[in-house]
Design a protein around this ligand. Structure first.
Ligand SMILES: [Zn+2]
Ligand SMILES: [Zn+2]
Length: 418
């Protein structure tokens, strides 16, 4: 027997309703804000993520599924959705269709991490990218969209954390302060931190090992330049005006190199160690980095697996997927052809039908109908056909009636609704 690869999941059955629900709400919320969907390939050239996400990030250093294809190209399964979306934006000259451009995506991402609850190696994200606006209006709108999305899912137990991580101008001073702070701790921190001290000192703040040192580190918000300060302030003011609740977290830096200025994360109260359901921020230099003109932009992504855990933890009722309304059973050679015709007539009227395709007796067919939770069963028998009738049975109450051939669709519809 083959087993699925560690860190992956088969999604099916009862769980499917949660996936449909989250995806439907995601599409609907994105639509409300004028976003259109983009579907980029599952894999890209490795270089895109090394350049886009950053050489010294955990993602690029440890977590990418990278392989050489038969043409000796280095290929990587996408670990996140922003770099591919921006690659597509630049490659397809979407700039020419006017800014800002609002794009959203839903799909699988891949990261080689230690699997645990809410952390899979193949996981799924809903993400949005608002491309081309430097204004704090854009930052605020993205956070408002995220908040509305979570509210539309019915979630209440979440916290939006925000911070500003400055720009290239103010980050210089901050990096100096950070270097000074870590200088005399270098023999105590982990090897990753030692390396990053030299290559990209900001990434020291991502360390999950040397958490105590991170807590005591200088705060970026004390080093913001005037432009960054007012951009951050404006964003917060708009959120306040719209009565969006958020917390400021001066240690929030996000683990990807492309961010600047406003960043945010959303944490859920019942998710334990992996409490972040989503996050994002501004990335004013990414498009230039990936070969386009400098185009200030921002976005966020939400983890669908974690959202589903949160929905279950908050006991939010989610409608069952509406299928298996009617089971069509039949007995006898002549009845089977009539039964398949009846099934098609019902489907013409948008009624979901499970037609019996097995050679088995009536009681086995009824058992099957019950197992599939079909609400109704239509029994087509040869004797009944002689009299131009079929039997309609309510599977929940056991009540059954005879209906004339011509009235099957109409009566079945009435019985589904009652
Ligand atoms: Zn700045
Ligand atoms: Zn460390």
């Amino acid at each position: 027997m083959y087993k699925r690869v560690k860190g992956t999941d088969d999604i099916y059955g009862e769980d499917m309703k949660y996936w449909y629900f989250v995806e439907d709400v995601a599409r609907e919320t994105a639509r409300l804000y004028g976003y259109s969907e983009i579907r980029t390939p599952i894999f890209e050239r490795t270089e895109l993520f090394v350049r886009g996400v950053g050489e010294d990030t955990d993602i690029v250093q440890k977590e990418m599924y990278t392989f050489e294809d038969k043409g000796n190209r280095s290929i990587t399964l996408r670990p996140e959705g922003t770099a591919p979306t921006i690659r597509a934006f630049v490659e397809n000259s979407m700039l020419a269709t006017g800014l800002p451009k609002r794009l959203f995506y839903i799909g699988p991402m891949f990261r080689y991490e230690r699997p645990q609850s809410g952390r899979q190696r193949q996981f799924h994200q809903f993400g949005v990218e608002l491309i081309g606006s430097p204004s704090s209006l854009a930052d605020a709108e993205a956070i408002v969209l995220a908040d509305r999305f979570l509210k539309n899912l019915g979630l209440v137990d979440y916290t939006i954390k925000i911070n500003s991580i400055g720009c290239e101008k103010c980050r210089g001073e901050y990096k100096k302060a950070l270097k000074k702070y870590y200088e005399n701790k270098l023999d105590k921190v982990c090897d990753d931190c030692k390396r990053r001290y030299e290559t990209n000192v900001l990434r020291l703040l991502d360390c999950k090992v040397d958490v105590e040192y991170v807590k005591g580190a200088p705060k970026i918000t004390d080093y913001l330049c005037d432009d960054c300060k007012s951009h951050y302030l404006e964003t917060k003011e708009i959120l306040d005006d719209l009565e969006i609740k958020y917390e400021e977290d001066p240690l929030l830096v996000r683990g990807l190199d492309y961010y600047n200025r406003v960043v945010f994360e959303i944490h859920h109260g019942k998710l334990g160690a992996q409490s972040a359901v989503g996050g994002g921020g501004r990335y004013d230099n990414l498009i230039k980095e990936l070969g386009g003109p400098k185009t200030p932009s921002l976005g966020f992504a939400m983890g669908i697996e974690r959202l589903i855990i949160a929905i279950k933890e908050e006991n939010i009722p989610v409608d069952d997927v509406k299928n298996n309304e009617v089971y069509v059973a039949h007995l006898g050679e002549r009845a089977r052809v009539e039964a398949i015709k009846i099934s098609e007539e019902l489907r013409d009227s948008d009624i979901s039908v499970v037609f019996n395709t097995m050679e088995r007796g009536l009681s086995a067919q009824l058992k099957h109908a019950a197992r599939l939770k079909c609400k109704l069963c239509i029994i087509v028998g040869e004797n009944e056909l002689e009299r131009n009738i079929v039997i309609l049975r309510n599977m929940e109450t056991g009540e059954q009636i005879e209906i004339e051939r011509d009235y099957i669709v109409g009566t079945t519809k009435e019985w589904i609704e009652k």
